[in-house]
Design a protein around this ligand. Sequence first.
Ligand code: HEC
Ligand code: HEC
Ligand code: HEC
Length: 199
Amino acid sequence: MKTPFRTNVLLFVISITLAPLCHAFLRPAAVPEGGDQGTELPAGENPGAHIAHGENDSYDRNNPDLGRLQQSNEALEGMPLDQNGKVDWARALREGAIKPRETLTGDKTYLPLDLDVIMRNTKAMPFVRFPHKTHTEWLACSNCHPAIFAEKAGTAKIRMEDIFRGEFCGRCHDRVAFITHKACFRCHSVQQPGGVPIP
Ligand code: HEC
Ligand code: HEC
Ligand code: HEC
């Protein structure tokens, strides 16, 4: 199961996660009609005033060229969003909003593994459904096995604390994959009898 190309897929995930920032550096906005370089702002105007809040918090608002940068909400327009209003990259891939190359050469050399692992050590929270399918669309087995997880369901003893500290699922989630804090039910997605209901 050695698929070195998949590292590039992970890098792609990282790069699309940082896309707003990268685009910002790579693509100057169109120079306005009649303007010279488009860098002069009327006195007293906050250069970041036209940039929406939220997704754009990563911009340096004191940069004098801020007004020329492509806005991330423009780059991310039309992407499917999760309940928190953040881009849902798993859906974006499924729905074809993004079409990353699977390998450098373009040959398909692997198949995603369609295997869900239900994790039940969740106290009153709904059980966790870990979908191999979504993960192996982005990642090689070796990104997780054997360093993070044994290839045997029920081996890992995971507490949320560990995840928040960057262990287990937290190696990627909160970093290059979706944020855990407000997205409990994306992982805790299997209702258990008498437990906390899924909203
Ligand atoms: C990235 C996936 C993921 C997200 C998001 C997530 N969890 Fe978890 N959670 C897990 C996993 C995995 C376990 C361990 C399950 C097991 O070992 O059977 C767990 C276990 C738990 C447990 C039981 C263990 C403990 O630490 O007490 C609680 C309670 C819990 N989660 C609450 C939450 C809450 C509240 C949120 C949202 C703030 C949340 N989780 C978000 C994956 C997630
Ligand atoms: C994103 C991380 C991740 C990736 C990538 C991944 N796995 Fe897993 N795998 C897990 C987790 C988490 C478990 C459950 C471990 C546990 O419960 O302790 C698991 C469990 C397994 C199991 C045991 C299932 C069972 O019912 O006992 C097998 C087999 C497995 N993985 C094979 C693979 C193969 C083959 C690939 C590549 C095609 C792969 N995994 C990719 C995270 C991953
Ligand atoms: C090696 C990196 C990595 C690890 C470790 C990892 N994930 Fe993920 N996960 C991803 C990536 C990449 C995605 C897809 C991008 C996104 O949704 O942000 C993803 C997406 C998901 C999704 C969305 C599935 C969908 O189809 O909408 C769930 C649920 C999830 N992960 C749960 C977990 C749980 C639970 C664990 C730990 C048991 C875990 N992940 C560990 C990288 C990882």
